[in-house]
Design a protein around this ligand. Structure first.
Ligand SMILES: [Zn+2]
Ligand SMILES: [Zn+2]
Length: 175
């Protein structure tokens, strides 16, 4: 959904938006390593001061991820609050707007519209786990034969313990 920035009153705006997962995927250039199982819903509270916008709210989405250990697909219910700060680019950008919380980065909006699909995708990408796990106990794949160890021992005689990513980190030294 596109919101005309000029139509956001200084008194603020509260609204519910729904964006198709397809629209979010298109914004990402079709390169997402996860998929949306249903439209993404969000509640937004927008405060405005001139060309500055503070947006907070909550996003709900149903996402399909691939487990970083066993590569199986699993469904991940996403439900998280967020806040973001935007400034509209232009000549008279207000510096040090009272709306800007110290811990938030400034996002810039070119043009006169805010695309909520872009906003939602950015927030979701920030919050998704870097190494998603289908279950916290996932046993991963056998490093030798590639069998899914969640289904039982593979019996190939390879090491039963999944390869630990941290093992490599231990060898890493800062020069
Ligand atoms: Zn897994
Ligand atoms: Zn094996």
């Amino acid at each position: 959904m596109k919101i005309k920035l000029d139509e956001i009153p200084e008194s603020g705006l509260s609204l519910d938006v729904v964006d198709e997962g397809r629209a979010l995927n298109e914004i990402a250039g079709g390169n997402l390593d996860f998929s949306f199982l249903a439209p993404v819903k969000a509640h937004l509270e927008i405060s405005r001061q001139g060309r500055s916008f503070f947006i907070s709210g909550e996003i709900k989405a149903s996402i399909r991820l691939n487990c970083s250990r066993c590569t199986r697909e699993f469904d991940y219910p996403y439900d998280a609050p967020f806040s973001a700060y935007y400034e509209r680019t232009g000549k008279n950008v207000e510096r040090d707007s009272e709306l800007k919380p110290a811990d938030l980065e400034v996002n810039f909006i070119e043009g006169d519209e805010l695309d909520t699909a872009e906003l939602l995708l950015g927030q979701i990408a920030l919050e998704l786990p870097m190494q998603p796990l289908c279950t916290p106990e996932c046993r991963g794949l056998c490093p030798k034969c590639g069998a899914d160890l969640n289904l039982g021992e593979c019996g190939c005689g390879g090491e039963a313990k999944p390869e630990s990513k941290f093992a490599k980190l231990k060898d890493f030294k800062i020069k």
